[in-house]
Design a protein around this ligand. Structure first.
Ligand code: AMP
Length: 400
């Protein structure tokens, strides 16, 4: 069964084409980027390793989906004989608010929900919908499935999702914590249970998705109990360019002090803060900050310590929220690749039963692996995330 997975962003459309019947094989993957701006290009790689890349004339998501379809059918590098082989298309959608709690077949009602969430996810939902509508046009009759970043967190209880502000802002304006990266948290927590050999429904797991954005989730018996992102992805961890948790009064103070508009403040907290703002070397990439730290930059060292401390604090808080812990999982760009950051995060947690094995932690591998000491009461796992595969699996389960 061939499944196409689409992740449509503000100026890019990423795709992966799977043959789910052939051991979930990736037939082809790639992206069209800088859509609608100068220098539009496409990269396409098929399962034989053929790579096609270069400038393309693509002005909108529909053009992008047409081009992706053409490449999939291409006589030299294509992987399909006909578009009829595509049995369904899975789409990453960021915000589904309270209305969407599971992956769902896209209907006109679902599209209305995606639109209702535009104001809460202005940078993602409109583009996600454009991607869906482009596919409806280019591949008519093929079912589209929406897999929502917020859906996995729909099981959070009110004590975790309500803010301490007047209740009517929740009932009338839907202001509450929703959480994001749900597809990744779901995927890696299930994979951790498999690696551990115990039933998913019997485990207390904390997943740390540490990429350019970052969030932590507390999962009990296969259900999310809490997560660090909130109404928007700004809450929680110190991220690449986002501040994460700050005293709300800091926002008001800075707005008054610097005469900032709401948009300028939004930009400050989402784009100029986090590791970028703290480290002060003009990069939000942890590799650059770690390199600068290694050559003696004290501000970079401090930025990395703030980053690690925030994650450590959430792990401790979620241990309390779950009433114990079986597995801590690290995933995404930083979590999968930075042994130094993983060690820094769990530093001093031996007393809580979280005991890192330094040698295992230092091994680089693309495989799911255990990096805790033999006999550590809490296991520590590194699980490479695969949101595309998770979306493809959900899509198959819905259209079968
Ligand atoms: P993601 O959003 O999951 O693609 O993660 C991207 C981020 O992962 C980059 O911005 C880097 O900060 C980080 N990253 C990737 N590789 C490494 C590495 N080897 N060491 C430290 N950080 C890394």
């Amino acid at each position: 069964m061939v499944i196409l997975v689409i992740n449509a962003g503000s100026s890019s459309v990423k795709f992966t084409c799977f043959d789910m019947a052939d051991n979930k094989k990736v037939l082809a993957t790639g992206l069209v980027e800088r859509i609608g701006i100068e220098g539009t290009s496409m990269k396409y790689t098929n399962h034989k390793g053929d790579e096609v890349k270069g400038a393309v004339d693509v002005k909108n998501p529909t053009d992008a989906v047409k081009l992706i379809s053409e490449r999939l059918l291409d006589a030299n590098h294509g992987v399909l004989k006909s578009l009829n082989e595509v049995k369904a298309i899975g789409h990453r959608v960021v915000h589904g608010a309270e209305k969407i709690k599971d992956p769902i077949i896209i209907t006109s009602e679902v599209k209305e929900v995606i639109k209702d969430c535009f104001s809460m996810s202005p940078l993602h939902n409109p583009h996600n919908l454009n991607g869906i509508e482009a596919c409806e046009g280019v591949l008519p009759g093929v079912p589209n499935v929406g897999v929502f970043d917020t859906a996995f967190h729909a099981t959070m209880p009110p004590n975790a999702f309500l803010y301490g502000i007047p209740y009517n802002f929740y009932t009338e304006n839907s202001v509450r914590r929703y959480g994001f990266h749900g597809t990744s948290h779901a995927y890696v927590s299930k994979a951790a249970a498999t690696l551990d050999g115990r039933p998913y429904q019997s485990l207390k797991i904390v997943t740390c998705h540490l990429g350019n954005g970052g969030s932590v989730a507390a999962i009990k018996d296969g259900k999310c109990q809490d997560t660090s992102m909130g109404l928007t992805p700004l809450e929680g961890l110190v991220m690449g360019t986002r501040s994460g948790d700050v005293d709300p009064a800091v926002v008001l103070y800075l707005m008054k002090l610097k005469n900032l508009t709401a948009d300028q403040t939004d930009n400050l907290l989402n784009k100029q803060s986090g590791v970028l703002g703290l480290a002060g070397i003009g990069s939000s990439d942890l590799r650059d900050v770690e390199t600068a730290q290694d050559s003696g930059n004290a501000q970079c060292r401090q930025a990395l310590e703030v980053y690690a401390y925030r994650v450590r604090k959430y792990i401790g808080a979620y241990m309390a929220a779950l009433g114990g812990l079986d597995i801590v999982v690290f995933t995404a760009g930083v979590g999968e690749n930075s042994a130094t950051m993983r060690a820094s995060i769990v530093n001093g947690l031996d007393g809580l039963g979280i005991k890192l094995d330094g040698a295992k932690n230092a091994v680089r591998s693309p495989e799911p692996r255990v990096i805790s000491q033999e006999g550590s009461p809490v296991k520590i796992h590194v699980i490479p995330t695969n949101e595309e595969l998770a979306i493809a699996e959900f899509t198959v389960s819905l259209v079968k």
